[in-house]
Design a protein. Structure first.
Ligand code: GAR
Length: 187
């Protein structure tokens, strides 16, 4: 199988990155993680790139030319697929144009509910019966692209934000690889 050269964008802990690295090491998983991009120098997730000898770069989104730096590196590493795994910045229109239907994101809610930030506190406040995660294509609208996979669980009365986060993460570790397999099975 020819694996797609993939770039993972992160901002924080990178547990989804860690999980995708583990999957990508299987011969029949459709992607190879060829680059990790972080907008945060302190992102713990970078340690997984270091551990598995995956090239990584930092980008400073406050700098004017940061988008060029991303695009040049995507070209350098021949990237044909992008996963946003806890990347807490909005992706520029230009990047989306260059990678139409080739950028996916994981979001910790059952979209279209709870787009944006502070998902878990809002789920509790709204007394939602169900919570979960969504893997979707990225378009110009925040958390707005078409869905690839969604997984849910029922919220318990005594769930707090931390518990919701843990339960959601567990689902994410299944949903993200499944979504990637689903995308490339079609092609
Ligand atoms: C994940 O739960 C992901 O769904 C969320 O950030 C977390 C990153 O965890 N993404 C968003 O909220 C994007 N709007 P990780 O760094 O341990 O993979």
């Amino acid at each position: 199988m020819v694996k797609r050269n993939t770039c993972i964008f992160i901002s924080g802990k990178g547990t989804n990155l860690k999980n995708l690295i583990a999957h990508s090491r299987h011969a029949n998983f459709p992607i190879k993680i060829s680059l990790v991009i972080s907008n945060n120098r302190k992102a713990e997730g970078i340690n997984y790139a270091k551990k598995f000898k995956i090239p990584y770069i930092f980008i400073n989104t406050k700098l004017k030319n940061y988008e060029n730096k991303i695009l040049l590196n995507l070209q350098k590493y021949k990237i044909s697929f992008i996963c946003l795994a806890g990347f807490m910045k909005i992706i520029s229109k230009n990047l989306i144009m260059n990678y139409q239907k080739k950028i996916i994101n994981i979001h910790p809610s059952l979209l279209p509910k709870f787009k944006g930030l502070n998902t878990f506190s809002r789920i509790l406040k709204e007394k939602e019966v169900k919570a979960g995660c969504t893997v979707h294509y990225v378009n110009e609208k925040l958390d707005g692209g078409s869905k690839i996979i969604q997984k849910f669980f029922f919220v318990n009365d005594d769930d707090n934000e931390l518990i919701l986060q843990e339960k959601t993460h567990k689902l994410e570790y299944r949903a993200f690889p499944e979504a990637i397999i689903k995308i490339f099975r079609k092609n």
